[in-house]
Ligand binder design. Structure first.
Ligand SMILES: N[C@@H](CCC(=O)N[C@@H](CS)C(=O)NCC(=O)O)C(=O)O
Length: 202
């Protein structure tokens, strides 16, 4: 399998899932400003949506959209318990989390990377993010991970998105529960491995 990625972007969740699942993979870095791969190819010619994460399976088929990719990775190694079995209520609970992270956190917090966002919109977006994080903090209080004691692909995705707070003006120290979660996930040996693989840790 090959993963097209950009270090701290949302593709980090796929790196984490691959390391947690113990799947060996090839990595190709994409410059998201120029949409060029590290070997100089036009990324649009490889993946017409032009964004990461994007995987190419050993069969040659491509798969995009982080939420689909994360579940695909988890299902390659069911014994890793990175996702509950398909068809169970627990699997829908995982999808509920993945969808929430994707549409309510990733897209909201990620929008603040846009340097052209005006001050008024930025303020409103910080306020909206704060409400989401208040809710999330209550849900995570007393829990090790989103689904309870078991780490799933949703935790790697949440870790990836909350990691952006430091760069977009959201002070995560307002939510000690979320800070503890970041520490807990960041300390996992496989997460450290993934961070090293993309150059975010030494
Ligand atoms: N719907 C996609 C969105 C992925 C996405 O937002 N990727 C960003 C990085 S976090 C990206 O590659 N942006 C560059 C671009 O859109 O050209 C998903 O959930 O996987």
């Amino acid at each position: 399998m090959k993963l097209y990625f950009s270090a701290a972007s949302c593709s980090l969740a796929s790196n984490i899932a691959l390391h947690e699942a113990g799947i060996s993979y090839d990595l190709t870095k994409v410059d998201l400003k120029t949409h060029t791969t590290e070997d100089g190819a036009d990324f649009y010619a490889i993946h017409d949506k032009g964004y990461v994460p994007y995987i190419v399976m050993d069969s040659g088929q491509g798969l995009s959209e982080g939420v689909a990719i994360l579940q695909y990775i988890a299902d390659q190694k069911p014994e890793s318990a990175l996702a509950p079995k398909a068809g169970t209520l627990e699997r829908y609970r995982l999808q509920e989390w993945l969808t929430y992270i994707n549409s309510e956190l990733h897209k909201v917090i990620g929008s603040m990377f846009d340097p052209t966002m005006n001050a008024d919109t930025r303020e409103k977006t910080i306020e909206k993010s704060g409400k989401r994080l208040d809710w999330l903090s209550k849900k995570l209080d007393g829990k090790k991970y989103l689904m309870g004691d078991t780490f799933t692909v949703a935790d790697g995705y949440l870790f990836t998105v909350l990691n952006w707070c430091q760069w977009v003006g959201i002070d995560l120290s307002k939510w000690p529960v979320l800070q503890d979660f970041m520490g807990r996930v960041g300390a996992r040996p496989k997460v450290q491995e993934a961070l090293k693989a993309v150059g975010l840790a030494t």
